[in-house]
Design a protein around this ligand. Structure first.
Ligand code: ADP
Length: 729
C-alpha cells in the first residue's frame, strides 16, 4: 500500500515539477509549509505536520491560489490517511478534488480520487471505493500515465477480492505476481501474493495458500513494511492452523501479535488523542473564523460595490446635467451670436453710411472751396492790379476794403480746406531734417510788422541745450506757431508776447521739447477755455467784431499738434494774458544747411526781361497772371492747354513756365511729366487752387520746381518766381 502511495505521489510531484520553475520553492510559502509538514512526518511529529499542512491550506486560500490550496488539502488528507483517520482524510480529499475539478485534469487530481478509493476500502465501503478508483483511472488515462493505471488495476483486484468476485480478482493478481522481481515492485508483488494466499485460504486450499503467503513474506522481508508483514504473519498462522500445524500456527500468531503491539505503540506515539482533539478544535475555529472573515469580506465588497454604484449614478447625473447645461449654453450662445451678427451688420451698414456721408461732405467742401478760389483769384488779383495803377484817393478806400474782404475770404476758404484735409485723414506727419532755430527766427521776422501794429514786444527764448537740427514736420510746426503767435499779437496791446522753448528730455537719438506761447493780452474767460478749440468758436461776438478772425485757427492748431503726437493746453486769465503750451518729441537731425541754403529774401529785378510761358485755361486768370508777370518786365506768352504747351516748350526756349494744374485735356501734372522726358532744365512752377487730393509734395514729384497756390498773394508770387529763376538748374 505504501509503495503505491509513494509511486503515485512521486508521479504527481514529477508532473508538477515539470511545470514549475525550481526556484519557486523558496519564494512559495505553500511549498515551504508543505516541506515542513513532510519533514515532521518523517520525524513522526504528526501534530506539527498537521499544523503546517493546515497553514499551507490557509496561505493558499488567502492568496486565492486554487491549485496550491487543492494540493495542500490533499497533503492534509494524506496525513490523516497515515494516521488512519479515514473520515477526516475523506473530508480533506473531497475538498481537494472539489478544487481540482475547477482546473485542468492533473496527476494530483487522479491521486486524490485514488486515495479516496483507498479510504473507502479501509471503511469497507467498496462501492464508493470503486467509484473513486474509476474516476482516478479516467483522469490518469486522459493525462496518459500508464504506470498509475496498472497500479489501479491491482487495487481493482483487491476490490474484487473484497467483494468475493475472485474470478475477476485472480487474473489481476497473477499478472502482478508474474512480473520480474524488482525493488520498485516488491511491495505490490508481496501484496498480490498475500491476496492470492487469502483467496486460497478461503477456497480451503491451505497448501497453496501457504505457498503464496510464504513467498509474500519473503518479498516483504525486502521492503520492510511492518503493516504488510503483520497481516502476512496472521494469514500464515491461519494457514498452518488449517493444516493442523498448531505449533507453527502459534509461532506466526505470536509473531503477528508482537508486531501488532509495537505498531500500535508507534501509532499512539504519532499523535496523542489530546493533540488530535486540539487540532480538530483549532480547525473548526479556523473554519468559523474563515467563514466569518469571508462573510465580512463579502459584506465589505458589497458595500464597495454599492458605493461604486451610487458614485456612478451621481457621476452620470452630474455629466447629464453638465451636458444639458452645455447644450443650453450652446443654444444661448448661438442666439447671442446671431444677434451680434445682426447688430454687427447693422453697425457695418451705419459705418459705411457715415463714411459715405463724411466723404461726400469732404468732397463737397473741397469742390466748393476750389470753385470759390478761382473767382477769388480774379477779385484779389484785379484789386491788386488796381491798387498798383495809382487809383484816385476816393477809390483807395473802396479798393482797400475790397482787398481786406478778399483776403478774409481767402483765409477762411484756406482754413476750411485745411480742416477738411485733416479730418479726412489725408494729412500725415512728415519727417524732414530741419533747423528749428532758423524756423523760429524766420517766423519772428515775418511777424515783426504785426507786433509793431499793436505796440507789442515779441521775443523768442530757446533753451541752448535744444539741438539745432531736428527731424520732424517743419510745415505743420510753422502753421502752429503762426496761428498761436498771430492770435497772441492780435489779442495783446502794448504788451508782451514770448515764445519759450525748453528741453524736457534729451538723449543721443531723441529730444522732447516743451513749447510755450505766452502773452499779456486780454485773456480768455474760464468757461471758454475748452470751447475755443472747437470750429468757428470765438471768445465772443464783440471779439469777433473787434479783432476779426474765423474761429478756425485753434481748431487747426489742436489737430496738427495731435497729428504730431502732442496735446495742446491752455491757461488764461481775463485781463492778464494767456499761455498756450504743448510738448513734442523729435528725432535729432543733422546739419544740412549746405544743401538747403536759400534765402528767404528775394530780388525781383532778376525777373526783368525773362521769357515766361503761362498755361492757363481761365480767361480772367490768364489776364490777371499775365498782367502780374508783365508788371515786373517779363515777356509773357499764353497757351490754354497742355498738349500745345508741350509743343511750345519743345520748340522754344523759356526762362520760366507757369503751369496751371487743372486744364482741359491732359492736365498740368501730365504735361510737366512729358516735358521732363525731353527737357529737365526749364523751370516749371505749378499754379493750383490745391484741393483735397493734391499737395505740394505730390506736385513736385511730377517734376515741378515749385508750387504757387491760387489766389496768389502778390508778395508770394514774386518771391517764388524770383527764387525759381535765380536757382541753378
Ligand atoms: P480766430 O480766427 O477768431 O482767432 P481762433 O480759433 O484762432 O480763431 O481763436 C478762437 C478764439 O479764441 C478767438 O476768437 C479768441 O476769442 C480766443 N483767443 C485765441 N487766442 C487768444 C489769445 N492769445 N488771447 C486771447 N484770446 C484768444
Amino acid at each position: 500500500m505504501r509503495y503505491l502511495l509513494a509511486v503515485l505521489l512521486f508521479l504527481s510531484i514529477f508532473a508538477q515539477a515539470q511545470k514549475k520553475p525550481k526556484n519557486t520553492r523558496k519564494t512559495d510559502s505553500v511549498a515551504y509549509y508543505i516541506e515542513l509538514s513532510n519533514f515532521n512526518i518523517k520525524t513522526n511529529n504528526y501534530k506539527y505536520s498537521l499544523d503546517f499542512a493546515q497553514k499551507a491550506i490557509d496561505y493558499a486560500h488567502n492568496q486565492r491560489n486554487v491549485k496550491s490550496e487543492a494540493y495542500a488539502s490533499s497533503v492534509l488528507g494524506g496525513i490523516y490517511f497515515e494516521l488512519k483517520k479515514y473520515d477526516d482524510a475523506i473530508d480533506s480529499y473531497y475538498k481537494s478534488v472539489a478544487l481540482y475539478n475547477t482546473l485542468k485534469p492533473s496527476g494530483n487530481q487522479g491521486f486524490c480520487y485514488y486515495q479516496l478509493g483507498l479510504c473507502f476500502m479501509e471503511k469497507e465501503n467498496y462501492n464508493s471505493a470503486e467509484a473513486n478508483f474509476d474516476k482516478s483511472k479516467t483522469i490518469y488515462t486522459a493525462i496518459k500515465i500508464p504506470d498509475a493505471i496498472e497500479l489501479l488495476n491491482l487495487q481493482k483486484g483487491i476490490l474484487y477480492k473484497a467483494k468475493g468476485q475472485y474470478k475477476q480478482a485472480i487474473p489481476i493478481f497473477n499478472q502482478i505476481i508474474a512480473k520480474p522481481d524488482h525493488t520498485d515492485i516488491t511491495q505490490t508483488k508481496a501484496e498480490a501474493l498475500y491476496q492470492m494466499g487469502n483467496i486460497e485460504l478461503i477456497n480451503e486450499r491451505s497448501n497453496l495458500a501457504l505457498n503464496y503467503l510464504s513467498r509474500s513474506l519473503a518479498i516483504n522481508e525486502r521492503n520492510k513494511n511492518p503493516e504488510q508483514k503483520a497481516k502476512i504473519l496472521l494469514a500464515l498462522s491461519k494457514a498452518y492452523d488449517k493444516l493442523l500445524n498448531t505449533e507453527k500456527a502459534f509461532y506466526f500468531l505470536k509473531k503477528h501479535l508482537g508486531l501488532k503491539d509495537s505498531l500500535a505503540a508507534l501509532n499512539s506515539k504519532k499523535l496523542g488523542v489530546e493533540d488530535y482533539v486540539e487540532f480538530k478544535d483549532n480547525e473548526r475555529l479556523k473554519t468559523i473564523e474563515q467563514l466569518d472573515r469571508e462573510n465580512k469580506e463579502q459584506q465589505k465588497a458589497n458595500k464597495v460595490a454599492k458605493l461604486i454604484s451610487i458614485l456612478a449614478i451621481a457621476l452620470i447625473s452630474i455629466l447629464s446635467l453638465l451636458s444639458l447645461s452645455l447644450y443650453k449654453n450652446n443654444i444661448i450662445r448661438n442666439q447671442s451670436n446671431q444677434l451680434l451678427k445682426e447688430k454687427n451688420s447693422e453697425l457695418q451698414i451705419a459705418k459705411e453710411k457715415a463714411e459715405k456721408a463724411s466723404k461726400a461732405r469732404a468732397e463737397f467742401l473741397s469742390t466748393v472751396s476750389h470753385e470759390l478760389r478761382t473767382p477769388l483769384n480774379a477779385i484779389n488779383g484785379i484789386t491788386h492790379l488796381l491798387l498798383e495803377e495809382n487809383p484816385k484817393p476816393s477809390q483807395m478806400n473802396y479798393l482797400n476794403s475790397l482787398k481786406f474782404s478778399g483776403n478774409y475770404l481767402l483765409t477762411f476758404i484756406n482754413e476750411i480746406l485745411e480742416i477738411n484735409r485733416i479730418e479726412s485723414s489725408a494729412v500725415e506727419t512728415e519727417y524732414i531734417n530741419f533747423d528749428l532755430k532758423l524756423l523760429l527766427s524766420n517766423i519772428q521776422h515775418s511777424l515783426k510788422e504785426l507786433a509793431g501794429i499793436n505796440n507789442n514786444t515779441f521775443s523768442v527764448e530757446i533753451d541752448p541745450s535744444i539741438p539745432d537740427y531736428l527731424v520732424g514736420d517743419p510745415t505743420k510746426l510753422s502753421q502752429i506757431f503762426l496761428n498761436l503767435i498771430n492770435n497772441a499779437l492780435k489779442f495783446t496791446k502794448n504788451g508782451e508776447v514770448k515764445v519759450i522753448l525748453q528741453t524736457n528730455e534729451l538723449n543721443e537719438e531723441f529730444t522732447s521739447i516743451h513749447f510755450r506761447i505766452v502773452d499779456t493780452g486780454i485773456g480768455i474767460p474760464q468757461e471758454k477755455l475748452e470751447t475755443v478749440f472747437e470750429s468757428f468758436s470765438q471768445g465772443s461776438i464783440e471779439i469777433n467784431r473787434k479783432y476779426g478772425g474765423t474761429g478756425l485757427g485753434l481748431t487747426i492748431v489742436k489737430k496738427l499738434i495731435e497729428i504730431m503726437g502732442g496735446k495742446i493746453h491752455l491757461e488764461s486769465e481775463v485781463g492778464k494774458g494767456s499761455t498756450f503750451y504743448f510738448d513734442l518729441s523729435f528725432r535729432i537731425g543733422h546739419d544740412q544747411s549746405h544743401l538747403e541754403a536759400q534765402s528767404l529774401d528775394y530780388d525781383d529785378s532778376v525777373l526783368d526781361g525773362k521769357k515766361v510761358l503761362l498755361i492757363e485755361d481761365n480767361k480772367i486768370n490768364q489776364m490777371i497772371t499775365k498782367k502780374m508777370v508783365e508788371n515786373k518786365g517779363m515777356i509773357c506768352e499764353v497757351i490754354d492747354n497742355g498738349e500745345d504747351a508741350i509743343e511750345a516748350v519743345k520748340n522754344n526756349k523759356y526762362d520760366l513756365v507757369l503751369m496751371d494744374v487743372h486744364l482741359p485735356g491732359i492736365n498740368g501734372t501730365i504735361a510737366t511729366q512729358t516735358i521732363r522726358t525731353f527737357d529737365k532744365k526749364t523751370k516749371i512752377v505749378a499754379l493750383t487752387a490745391i484741393s483735397l487730393n493734391e499737395n505740394r509734395e505730390m506736385l513736385l514729384s511730377y517734376g515741378m520746381n515749385d508750387v504757387l497756390t491760387k489766389p496768389f498773394d502778390p508778395n508770394d508770387f514774386y518771391r517764388v518766381l524770383s527764387q525759381t529763376v535765380s536757382k541753378k538748374a
